[in-house]
Design a protein around this ligand. Structure first.
Ligand SMILES: *Cc1c(COP(=O)(O)O)cnc(C)c1O
Length: 422
């Protein structure tokens, strides 16, 4: 395996888009769409072949039969989120899974009818939570307890969230929070927040879109009630990839929990008796609805094998901490006055992403007026990052395939753009 100054990397095992000069891009978008593992094509082709040669028989015959295919994902996913294999299931997409989890875990009783969430969530989470409430006959305005970020730091801060939970404890039916915030990159203290929620007997669920495959997680030990995620970001499973969910075993084994059901969540041994009963599987699989998309699961297998090959999350976390600290230091020495880092500076409070705010006075003097224009200029030199208007640039150094020189290339390019435009 190739090396950089922070150890060995799996870089050569991924496809990189090629930039304007014919060189591989400096790709810093692993938090948005992870790169394709070189083995993914083989995994997908093998399923296409089985469909060609075996057709329906491939459900039961050949290598990796389709009937239990999703079970192949449980063990490697469990390693990534820190759970038992029967607590995780690859299914649907993140937003669908959030709706499914709300159907089970949002059980308002009297005054305890509110959902606590943050003020600046990813839009889909807000849309899912508010419309989910409406479907349950609740007014979103009256049923949400929204915690704003700290106006001084711009961070949510686990301490402030714990205080908000305690303050509103008698009104809360459910808490839904992001493991890592999509905009600021702040990594919340899942263990502490889960413990505080449970102290007041409030269930808590986590949106791990930006956390899964990025930061170390111990969902089982932390006693998290549920979590949902997508697999196209740090998990590199491809555009619109199949998502995932964690349901703690103490809930998964409870067949009496209310849920939105479907035949793939029904007992495997009687599923094909086609009877009008619902007997849920007593694991996370009991929340599956439909027979799963094999072609969408194949690239996830390829990517999860790369995580295992690289030594798992603890090895990757080590690389990530070193890469991000290196990038931070380059920004501080070469871009001070031009860039403010809005991601927490404490390494324990962040993952592989740094979010940068362009400093207004400098920006206002130059020809480039917002972060979109800056990101477009970066693209012309093969540096791929993303923007959130008006002034934020997000960059991620995915430890599976980004290396030290990606950080150097990014800071050199950004520095040239910002300094030439003032
Ligand atoms: C990426 C992301 C999503 C995406 O939802 P899909 O249902 O997979 O399209 C949702 N929530 C957060 C916080 C995200 O970062």
């Amino acid at each position: 395996m190739p090396f950089d100054r922070f150890g060995s990397t799996s870089r050569s095992r991924f496809h990189f888009p090629v930039g304007p000069g014919g060189d591989p891009d400096c790709y810093l978008l692993g938090n948005s769409l992870g790169l394709q593992p070189r083995t993914a094509e083989g995994y997908v082709l093998s399923e296409l072949r089985k469909w060609q040669t075996l057709a329906s028989a491939a459900h039961f015959q050949g290598d990796d039969p389709w009937m239990p295919y999703h079970e192949l994902l449980a063990e490697p996913l469990a390693e990534i989120v820190g759970s038992r294999p029967d607590e995780v299931v690859a299914m649907n997409s993140l937003t669908v899974n959030l709706h499914l989890m709300m159907a089970t875990f949002y059980q308002p009783i009297g005054r305890r009818c509110k959902i606590l969430m943050e003020a600046n969530p990813f839009p889909s989470d807000f849309q899912a939570i508010t419309t989910g409430l409406q479907c349950r006959g609740q007014e979103p305005e009256a049923s949400l307890c929204i915690v704003p970020a700290d106006p001084r730091t711009g961070q949510l801060s686990s301490v402030r969230l714990c205080e908000a939970i305690e303050m509103h404890r008698d009104e809360l039916a459910l808490i839904i929070l992001p493991g890592v915030h999509f905009l600021t990159g702040e990594f919340l203290d899942l263990k502490e927040l889960t413990a505080v929620a449970h102290q007041f007997e409030i269930p808590i669920g986590w949106d791990l879109a930006h956390a899964v495959g990025n930061v170390p997680l111990e969902l089982h030990t932390w006693d998290v009630d549920f979590a949902v995620w997508c697999s196209y970001k740090y998990l590199n499973a491809g555009p619109g990839a199949i998502g995932g969910a964690f349901i703690h075993q103490r809930h998964g084994s409870n067949k009496l929990l209310p849920r939105l059901g479907g035949w793939w969540g029904h007992d495997k041994w009687t599923r094909f008796q086609m009877q009008p009963v619902f007997d849920p599987i007593p694991t996370a699989e009991g929340w599956q609805l439909s027979n799963p998309p094999i072609l969408a699961m194949a690239p996830l297998r390829a990517s999860l094998a790369e995580f295992q090959r690289a030594g798992g999350m603890s090895a990757l976390r080590g690389r990530s901490l070193a890469l991000v600290a290196f990038l931070e230091q380059l920004i501080e020495t070469q871009l001070s006055g031009f860039i403010e880092i809005i991601t927490p500076s404490d390494p324990h409070l962040r993952g592989s992403q740094l979010s940068l705010r362009l400093c207004r006075p400098k920006l206002d003097k130059g020809p480039l007026c917002d972060s979109k224009e800056v990101v477009q200029r970066l693209e012309t030199v093969g540096v791929i990052a993303d923007h959130r208007l008006p002034d934020v640039i997000r960059v991620a150094l995915a430890p599976l395939y980004n290396i030290d020189t990606d950080a150097i290339r990014f800071v050199d390019a950004l520095s040239r753009i910002l300094k030439s435009s003032t």
